[in-house]
Ligand binder design. Sequence first.
Ligand code: ZN
Length: 458
Amino acid sequence: MPTITFLGGTDTVTGSKFLVEGSGASVLVDCGMFQGARAVKDLNWGDPFGDRDLPDEVLLTHAHIDHTGYLPRLVGTYGYSGPVRCTSATADLLGVMLPDSAKLQEETAAYANKTKYSRHDPALPLYTGEDAQAALQLLRPVDYHEWIDVPCGRARFSFAGHILGSAHIAVESEGRRMVFSGDVGRWDVPVLKDPEPPVSADLLVLESTYGGRLHSEAGVDLSDVLAEAVNRVAGRGGVMVIPAFSVGRTQEILYRLRELEDAARIAILPVFLDSPMAIDATEVYRRHHEEHDLEVRALVDAGTSPLRPARLEYSHTVEDSKRLNGLREPAIIVSASGMATGGRVPHHLKRRLPYPEHMVCFVGYQAEGTLGRMLVDGADRVRIHGEEIDVRAEVIRLEAFSAHADEAELLRWVGEALPERIALVHGEQEAREALASALGDAYDCEILLPGRGDVLDV
Ligand code: ZN
């Protein structure tokens, strides 16, 4: 009987790593980095495999760092050299994201050494740019919907509708079948195809990020709210700053802005995409036609660029970015990071926050302790790069933007092919328990809440 060992991503939303052992071989599904609080991040420094052998192969559900960001460590520190299978779009996104992650690791270590702000002396990066490049060499793109041979049996990738390239993966071994949900996306959102139903399985390993929560959008059309906000800021001659995650959210914003322009619901303003990673990710989104939903395909066929507002400009260099400080006409700046914790966004906030004609529009979850959270919570003064900045600009949050299925959507997805057993992972403990009870009310199947290190017979 095959087993799954839960190496990470159980009662946290980061560090996803599930080791499948069967037929005398092993496959690791996802290779995520732990992120967030220090105690969680410290887990990245432990050896996830202990006295076990390294896996024979790695399968990746999607490109987000909490599902892939440990790969360069696995390669650089532990010497993993087997194939890493993922969809072709995921491989392209990783070409952008893993080097960026390595750069961040190296910069953090260098900063810690300069300021002696580390318990380790000298502080080391978890991995380097070279390790990231070595990991990229191992990527082997697979097609959706084809059963492929893997050392423990076979595997098949299906659309998850979460970000470009995202998949849920069915793995068969010794006559048993398990499905790994990865992150489940949403129905009827622009750009990507809807999530496909899971195939029937003996065991479903299901994410629970939004257990116990619903996206509060009943009756709210996001494009309506966005249009109102753009018209308001343009009407008073201000600049709108949209902090957005580079992969997924940025492309949805560009799509909606272009759509509102085409419908003449907003003025055609200069739109600046001011994040090198978001620019690269947008180009990857454009190239992968196989992932686009019908609306995007129809637009492309009709000669429209769905992700290109009429006056879109890319700000490639720091000089391009600094030039935006001089903008005195209405414009929209889409920049990273999404929680205003780094990247170029803090510079724009410093420049725009003190003036009431400008607007900052958050379009994603703002974690506790971030600059984004302070602003949406209504701070009237914030500290940016050591300077006290008064907040007089309008700050809004469009909460319903999300790449994650909420509880009702997760129930819908599970119901399309009810498995015998469900192991809930990738959620804070409270969210997992809430989803467990909702699933228990809705369906007749066994529900498990594995802990890190647990081994489960499939
Ligand atoms: Zn994700």
